[in-house]
Design a protein around this ligand. Structure first.
Ligand SMILES: Nc1nc2c(ncn2[C@@H]2O[C@H](COP(=O)(O)OP(=O)(O)O)[C@@H](O)[C@H]2O)c(=O)[nH]1
Ligand SMILES: Nc1ncnc2c1ncn2[C@@H]1O[C@H](COP(=O)(O)OP(=O)(O)O)[C@@H](O)[C@H]1O
Length: 217
Protein backbone atom coordinates (compact mmCIF):
# COMPACT_ATOMS: atom_id res chain seq x y z
CA UNK A 1 0.00 0.00 0.00
CA UNK A 2 1.25 3.49 -0.73
CA UNK A 3 2.02 5.43 2.37
CA UNK A 4 1.61 9.01 3.46
CA UNK A 5 2.79 12.18 1.86
CA UNK A 6 4.50 13.14 5.08
CA UNK A 7 6.84 10.32 4.46
CA UNK A 8 8.13 11.51 1.15
CA UNK A 9 10.34 14.29 2.34
CA UNK A 10 11.09 12.76 5.73
CA UNK A 11 8.66 15.21 7.34
CA UNK A 12 5.62 14.21 9.35
CA UNK A 13 1.95 15.06 8.96
CA UNK A 14 -0.03 15.12 12.19
CA UNK A 15 -3.68 16.02 12.76
CA UNK A 16 -5.00 17.68 15.92
CA UNK A 17 -8.75 17.77 16.55
CA UNK A 18 -10.85 19.11 19.43
CA UNK A 19 -14.22 20.68 20.10
CA UNK A 20 -14.28 24.46 20.08
CA UNK A 21 -12.85 25.83 23.32
CA UNK A 22 -10.94 22.68 24.32
CA UNK A 23 -7.65 24.56 23.95
CA UNK A 24 -6.17 23.18 20.72
CA UNK A 25 -5.06 26.55 19.30
CA UNK A 26 -3.43 27.59 22.60
CA UNK A 27 -1.64 24.25 22.95
CA UNK A 28 -0.45 24.27 19.34
CA UNK A 29 0.75 27.87 19.55
CA UNK A 30 2.84 26.95 22.62
CA UNK A 31 4.14 23.78 20.96
CA UNK A 32 5.18 25.55 17.78
CA UNK A 33 6.79 28.42 19.63
CA UNK A 34 9.08 25.91 21.31
CA UNK A 35 9.94 24.00 18.13
CA UNK A 36 11.02 25.78 14.97
CA UNK A 37 10.86 22.67 12.79
CA UNK A 38 7.10 22.34 13.36
CA UNK A 39 4.59 24.28 11.27
CA UNK A 40 0.83 24.67 11.36
CA UNK A 41 -1.09 24.56 8.12
CA UNK A 42 -3.18 27.72 7.57
CA UNK A 43 -6.63 26.65 6.38
CA UNK A 44 -9.11 28.46 4.18
CA UNK A 45 -12.43 29.26 5.81
CA UNK A 46 -15.67 31.03 5.07
CA UNK A 47 -16.09 31.91 8.77
CA UNK A 48 -15.93 35.60 9.67
CA UNK A 49 -12.62 36.67 11.26
CA UNK A 50 -12.70 37.09 15.05
CA UNK A 51 -11.32 40.26 16.62
CA UNK A 52 -7.53 40.12 16.36
CA UNK A 53 -7.42 37.40 13.70
CA UNK A 54 -5.37 38.25 10.61
CA UNK A 55 -5.97 37.04 7.09
CA UNK A 56 -3.19 34.58 6.21
CA UNK A 57 -2.12 34.06 9.85
CA UNK A 58 -4.95 32.21 11.63
CA UNK A 59 -6.82 31.49 8.40
CA UNK A 60 -7.16 32.51 4.79
CA UNK A 61 -10.60 34.08 5.09
CA UNK A 62 -12.69 33.77 1.98
CA UNK A 63 -16.21 33.77 0.56
CA UNK A 64 -18.43 30.76 -0.02
CA UNK A 65 -18.17 31.27 -3.81
CA UNK A 66 -14.38 31.43 -3.72
CA UNK A 67 -14.21 28.39 -1.43
CA UNK A 68 -16.45 26.37 -3.76
CA UNK A 69 -14.36 27.41 -6.76
CA UNK A 70 -11.17 26.26 -5.04
CA UNK A 71 -12.87 23.03 -4.01
CA UNK A 72 -13.97 22.36 -7.59
CA UNK A 73 -10.43 23.00 -8.81
CA UNK A 74 -9.13 20.34 -6.40
CA UNK A 75 -7.20 22.79 -4.27
CA UNK A 76 -8.01 21.12 -0.96
CA UNK A 77 -6.39 18.06 0.51
CA UNK A 78 -9.45 17.77 2.74
CA UNK A 79 -12.40 19.97 3.60
CA UNK A 80 -15.50 19.99 5.77
CA UNK A 81 -18.46 22.06 6.84
CA UNK A 82 -18.18 22.80 10.55
CA UNK A 83 -20.61 24.92 12.61
CA UNK A 84 -22.16 26.19 9.35
CA UNK A 85 -18.86 27.35 7.78
CA UNK A 86 -16.56 25.72 5.25
CA UNK A 87 -12.96 24.89 6.11
CA UNK A 88 -10.28 23.37 3.87
CA UNK A 89 -6.58 22.52 3.84
CA UNK A 90 -4.53 23.67 0.86
CA UNK A 91 -2.88 20.69 -0.81
CA UNK A 92 -0.01 22.72 -2.30
CA UNK A 93 0.75 24.61 0.92
CA UNK A 94 0.96 21.43 2.98
CA UNK A 95 3.07 19.56 0.46
CA UNK A 96 5.41 22.55 0.11
CA UNK A 97 5.87 22.71 3.88
CA UNK A 98 6.59 18.99 4.06
CA UNK A 99 8.98 19.36 1.16
CA UNK A 100 10.82 22.14 2.94
CA UNK A 101 11.40 19.74 5.82
CA UNK A 102 8.82 21.07 8.28
CA UNK A 103 6.77 18.59 10.26
CA UNK A 104 3.28 19.88 9.65
CA UNK A 105 0.25 19.92 11.94
CA UNK A 106 -3.27 20.15 10.59
CA UNK A 107 -5.67 21.64 13.14
CA UNK A 108 -8.84 20.22 11.64
CA UNK A 109 -12.17 18.74 12.70
CA UNK A 110 -12.94 15.00 12.95
CA UNK A 111 -14.36 14.84 9.40
CA UNK A 112 -11.15 16.30 7.97
CA UNK A 113 -9.01 14.02 10.15
CA UNK A 114 -11.00 11.09 8.78
CA UNK A 115 -10.28 12.18 5.17
CA UNK A 116 -6.57 12.63 5.92
CA UNK A 117 -6.40 9.21 7.57
CA UNK A 118 -7.94 7.64 4.48
CA UNK A 119 -5.53 9.45 2.17
CA UNK A 120 -2.46 8.91 4.32
CA UNK A 121 -2.96 5.96 6.67
CA UNK A 122 0.29 6.60 8.53
CA UNK A 123 -0.75 10.07 9.70
CA UNK A 124 -0.75 10.36 13.47
CA UNK A 125 -4.02 11.74 14.81
CA UNK A 126 -4.56 13.42 18.16
CA UNK A 127 -7.85 14.38 19.82
CA UNK A 128 -7.91 16.94 22.62
CA UNK A 129 -10.69 16.71 25.19
CA UNK A 130 -11.77 19.36 27.67
CA UNK A 131 -12.07 18.14 31.29
CA UNK A 132 -15.86 18.65 31.04
CA UNK A 133 -18.52 20.36 28.94
CA UNK A 134 -18.87 22.93 31.73
CA UNK A 135 -15.17 23.77 31.40
CA UNK A 136 -15.62 24.06 27.64
CA UNK A 137 -18.41 26.58 28.07
CA UNK A 138 -16.39 28.55 30.64
CA UNK A 139 -13.41 28.66 28.28
CA UNK A 140 -15.46 29.85 25.33
CA UNK A 141 -17.01 32.56 27.50
CA UNK A 142 -13.62 33.54 28.88
CA UNK A 143 -12.12 33.69 25.39
CA UNK A 144 -14.83 36.25 24.71
CA UNK A 145 -14.57 36.19 20.94
CA UNK A 146 -17.86 34.62 19.92
CA UNK A 147 -21.46 35.68 20.43
CA UNK A 148 -23.64 33.76 22.92
CA UNK A 149 -25.48 32.23 19.97
CA UNK A 150 -22.27 30.91 18.44
CA UNK A 151 -21.03 29.64 21.81
CA UNK A 152 -24.30 27.75 22.30
CA UNK A 153 -24.01 26.24 18.84
CA UNK A 154 -20.45 25.09 19.52
CA UNK A 155 -21.32 23.59 22.92
CA UNK A 156 -24.21 21.73 21.31
CA UNK A 157 -21.86 20.35 18.64
CA UNK A 158 -19.21 19.25 21.18
CA UNK A 159 -21.13 16.18 22.27
CA UNK A 160 -21.22 14.71 18.76
CA UNK A 161 -17.59 15.70 18.10
CA UNK A 162 -16.40 14.00 21.30
CA UNK A 163 -18.07 10.74 20.22
CA UNK A 164 -15.36 10.51 17.55
CA UNK A 165 -12.45 10.71 20.01
CA UNK A 166 -12.00 6.93 20.07
CA UNK A 167 -11.18 6.96 16.32
CA UNK A 168 -7.95 8.85 17.01
CA UNK A 169 -4.49 7.45 17.76
CA UNK A 170 -4.11 9.56 20.92
CA UNK A 171 -6.49 11.39 23.25
CA UNK A 172 -5.24 14.12 25.58
CA UNK A 173 -7.37 15.73 28.29
CA UNK A 174 -6.51 19.42 28.50
CA UNK A 175 -7.15 20.02 32.19
CA UNK A 176 -3.89 21.53 33.41
CA UNK A 177 -2.41 23.35 30.43
CA UNK A 178 1.27 22.56 31.08
CA UNK A 179 0.59 18.87 31.58
CA UNK A 180 -1.44 18.67 28.39
CA UNK A 181 1.32 20.52 26.52
CA UNK A 182 3.97 18.04 27.76
CA UNK A 183 1.83 15.13 26.60
CA UNK A 184 1.24 16.73 23.22
CA UNK A 185 4.97 17.40 22.79
CA UNK A 186 5.82 13.79 23.69
CA UNK A 187 3.25 12.39 21.24
CA UNK A 188 4.44 14.65 18.44
CA UNK A 189 8.03 13.58 19.09
CA UNK A 190 7.08 9.88 18.98
CA UNK A 191 5.07 10.45 15.81
CA UNK A 192 8.01 12.11 14.10
CA UNK A 193 10.32 9.17 14.80
CA UNK A 194 7.75 6.67 13.58
CA UNK A 195 6.92 8.61 10.44
CA UNK A 196 10.52 9.29 9.53
CA UNK A 197 11.22 5.55 9.66
CA UNK A 198 8.20 5.00 7.43
CA UNK A 199 9.48 7.64 5.00
CA UNK A 200 12.43 5.58 4.01
CA UNK A 201 10.09 2.92 2.67
CA UNK A 202 7.91 5.19 0.60
CA UNK A 203 9.88 6.90 -2.07
CA UNK A 204 7.34 5.89 -4.71
CA UNK A 205 5.09 8.68 -3.52
CA UNK A 206 7.48 11.38 -4.73
CA UNK A 207 6.07 11.19 -8.22
CA UNK A 208 2.45 10.70 -7.21
CA UNK A 209 2.41 13.88 -5.15
CA UNK A 210 4.73 15.86 -7.39
CA UNK A 211 7.29 16.30 -4.64
CA UNK A 212 10.95 16.87 -5.35
CA UNK A 213 13.27 14.18 -4.22
CA UNK A 214 15.05 14.85 -0.97
CA UNK A 215 18.59 14.00 0.04
CA UNK A 216 18.12 13.65 3.75
CA UNK A 217 17.22 9.98 4.03
N1 LIG B 1 -11.86 19.79 8.18
C1 LIG B 1 -11.29 20.95 8.54
N2 LIG B 1 -11.58 21.51 9.73
C2 LIG B 1 -10.97 22.67 10.06
C3 LIG B 1 -10.03 23.30 9.21
N3 LIG B 1 -9.61 24.43 9.82
C4 LIG B 1 -10.24 24.48 11.01
N4 LIG B 1 -11.07 23.42 11.16
C5 LIG B 1 -11.92 23.08 12.30
O1 LIG B 1 -13.08 23.88 12.28
C6 LIG B 1 -13.57 23.99 13.62
C7 LIG B 1 -13.90 25.43 13.93
O2 LIG B 1 -12.70 26.19 13.92
P1 LIG B 1 -12.74 27.71 14.38
O3 LIG B 1 -13.88 28.39 13.70
O4 LIG B 1 -11.40 28.30 14.20
O5 LIG B 1 -13.16 27.63 15.91
P2 LIG B 1 -12.41 27.10 17.22
O6 LIG B 1 -12.43 25.60 17.17
O7 LIG B 1 -13.27 27.64 18.31
O8 LIG B 1 -11.04 27.69 17.24
C8 LIG B 1 -12.50 23.39 14.51
O9 LIG B 1 -12.90 22.06 14.82
C9 LIG B 1 -11.28 23.38 13.63
O10 LIG B 1 -10.37 22.36 13.98
C10 LIG B 1 -9.73 22.67 7.96
O11 LIG B 1 -8.94 23.14 7.15
N5 LIG B 1 -10.39 21.52 7.68
N1 LIG C 1 -5.88 23.99 30.23
C1 LIG C 1 -6.57 25.13 30.19
N2 LIG C 1 -7.13 25.61 31.31
C2 LIG C 1 -7.84 26.77 31.29
N3 LIG C 1 -8.06 27.51 30.18
C3 LIG C 1 -7.53 27.06 29.03
C4 LIG C 1 -6.77 25.85 28.97
N4 LIG C 1 -6.38 25.66 27.70
C5 LIG C 1 -6.86 26.70 26.99
N5 LIG C 1 -7.56 27.54 27.78
C6 LIG C 1 -8.26 28.77 27.40
O1 LIG C 1 -9.49 28.36 26.83
C7 LIG C 1 -9.87 29.25 25.78
C8 LIG C 1 -10.08 28.43 24.50
O2 LIG C 1 -8.82 27.96 24.06
P1 LIG C 1 -8.48 27.87 22.51
O3 LIG C 1 -7.05 27.45 22.41
O4 LIG C 1 -8.90 29.10 21.80
O5 LIG C 1 -9.46 26.65 22.10
P2 LIG C 1 -9.78 26.01 20.69
O6 LIG C 1 -8.69 26.40 19.73
O7 LIG C 1 -9.80 24.53 20.94
O8 LIG C 1 -11.13 26.53 20.30
C9 LIG C 1 -8.77 30.28 25.65
O9 LIG C 1 -9.16 31.46 26.35
C10 LIG C 1 -7.58 29.60 26.33
O10 LIG C 1 -6.69 30.54 26.90
Amino acid sequence: MVQPAQAVSGSSLITVTAPSGAGKSSLLAALIQADSSLRLSVSHTTRQPRPGEQNGREYHFTTVDDFKKRLKEGEFLEHAEVHGNFYGTSRVAVLNQLNEGYDTILEIDWQGAHQIRRLFPETVSIFILPPSITALEERLNKRGQDSQEIIKQRIAAADEEIRHASEFDYVIINNKFDQALSKLAAIVQTARCRLTRQAIKNRDLFEQFGINCCNNQ
